[in-house]
Design a protein around this ligand. Sequence first.
Ligand code: JS2
Length: 310
Amino acid sequence: MDPMSEHRLNPVPEEKPCCNLSKNAKNCVGILCVVVVVTIVAVVVGVLKWGQARKHKEWNGKGTTPHFPEIVLGRCYTYTQVKRPELSNKDCQEIAKVFQKAFLSKDPCLSVEQDYQPLMELTRQAIPCSKSLFWSKSNELAHQYTRIQQEMFTLEDSLLGYIADGLTWCGDAGSSEMNYQSCPHWRKDCLNNTVSVFWDTVSRQFAENACGVVQVVLNGSHSNTFDKNSTFGRVEVHNLQAEKVPTLQAWVMHDLEGAHRHTCSSSLINDLKVILSTRNISFTCEDNYRPIRLLQCVKNPEHSFCSSVK
Ligand code: JS2
């Protein structure tokens, strides 16, 4: 018999699909497969992240600012290419790299000034004499003033202060990664933490490099207008160089609404005067320095104090 005829007589039953699933059932199987794959991926990523987080010590302070490297690089370019193009030759890639080298793979509670020396060298910047402005408990008002008087410089108006202001960063001795989960808190964990040592270091350098007549904006409505334990009172006052800085001028500003807790004639302000006199630096003081008073009135023109301001 012709094999073909045999074939026709006993056709092999058509391959039946392996499973007689309806269209819906097939969709369900497909969705189930996707869910299983996604779950596996999520578990793997979770374990990897947990492992990464676990290898860092846990601290009481908030962790490294998210996108820290990108923020540092971006701020450096903004400052050197837009705000102060006279610094356009600064190497921001190198600055960002050296900033991280200052704290990565190091114990964040054993930070020392030396860690930041290479970074300070790279960002070195000449502040003109008689243009340095210090502040204490008056961050917003001091920077409102330097935004208008752009020839004046606070530390945060300098390249390194501008890059770091408001950021948190830390690493670990046992890891080359940044700790984004937590960083040491200055009171609950340790004083010599990565961020506090940075600000003391750059504040000391800012004061050491100051020349000419320098100013400080103090908050007369604050209970501790001159705080000996503040960065200004503990670091900057003691690092001004008498051979370069003949005089410190204090501007004691009062909130338009707030209590006038301290004025130039308060004993607290006299404490500052005494410290400076032992360092051969003269001291002058003015309550509610008019240009800054006018700035306060811009925000509150109807206030009674402001109607009398000529
Ligand atoms: C943590 C930060 C930040 O004269 C000023 C500035 O030169 C500054 O460096 O130090 C003085 C202000 O510090 P002070 O007197 O302790 O006043 P404060 O109102 O308690 O402000 C504390 C800010 C210290 C330095 N600092 N510290 N994290 O992001 C940061 N930014 C600055 N400027």
